[in-house]
Structure formats: structure tokens, C-alpha cells
Write a protein that binds this ligand. Structure first.
Ligand SMILES: [Zn+2]
Length: 131
């Protein structure tokens, strides 16, 4: 998936964590294989990717739980919650590093208002316009 290359650092790590959770959830609920989630879950992964790319906090992104900005559409948010509740506790065995890093960042306090123009997408557009 080439679109993964748009993200880096913390945002990429978060994307990988979300993808892993969706795959655990999909395998259990939709009988898909862990490598290929079903179409619905695949499109959720893409949606999460776009939200991460446009997150106004950029690399200082808090965990979604703590975030004061509600950027997911209501039905996507409901699906995200369902996936997290199911897959969160099941992450520790297959993905211990991701699970622990996520738990650690959950402990950071909620941030204030996001700074201007610091999303990953903004940074990318800025870089491109400097050429
Ligand atoms: Zn699925």
C-alpha cells in the first residue's frame, strides 16, 4: 500500500497500530484472513489514514481518546470504538511494542487547541511549495 508512505514518525506508528487492531477485529468478526481485511474494514483503514494525515496536531497528536477535536464522522467513530474495545486487549500478545507505546501515550494529559498548519498534510504541502 503506497499511501502508507505519506505518514512518518508517530503518525505512521499510530497508523500501524490502528491497522493491526482492525485486522484482529475483522478476522474475528468478518472471517477474513489477517492479511486481507474485508472491504468494509479496508475502507475504514483508509479513512483512519486520511484522518491521521489531516490531524491538526501533526506529530504531536494525542491519542484519539484524549483528543478534544472530534474529526471522525459519527458512524466511523462508532466503528472505531467497537474495534478498539475488541482489539485493544488482544494487541498485547501479537504486538506487544505497539500495545505498550499506545498505553503510555494514553497517560499523557489532553492537549489544548491544535497549533495552526501542523498537520502532516500541511507539512507535505508546505514542502512541495518550497521547491
Ligand atoms: Zn471486516
Amino acid at each position: 500500500m503506497a499511501f502508507e508512505q505519506l505518514l512518518s514518525g508517530k503518525l505512521l506508528r499510530e497508523f500501524e497500530t490502528v491497522s493491526a487492531m482492525v485486522k484482529i477485529y475483522c478476522k474475528a468478526h468478518h472471517k477474513s484472513s489477517e492479511l486481507h481485511p474485508c472491504e468494509e474494514c479496508e475502507s475504514f483503514i483508509e479513512y483512519a489514514h486520511t484522518r491521521l494525515d489531516r490531524c491538526p496536531y501533526g506529530q504531536d497528536k494525542p491519542t484519539c481518546n484524549k483528543c478534544p477535536v472530534h474529526c471522525y464522522k459519527p458512524h466511523m467513530k462508532a466503528k472505531a470504538r467497537e474495534i478498539m474495545i475488541f482489539a485493544g486487549p488482544r494487541m498485547l500478545l501479537p504486538h506487544p511494542v505497539m500495545a505498550v507505546l499506545h498505553l503510555l501515550s494514553e497517560r499523557k494529559p489532553a492537549p489544548g487547541k491544535p497549533p495552526a498548519a501542523s498537520s502532516n498534510r500541511h507539512q507535505r504541502i508546505n514542502l512541495a511549495s518550497k521547491d
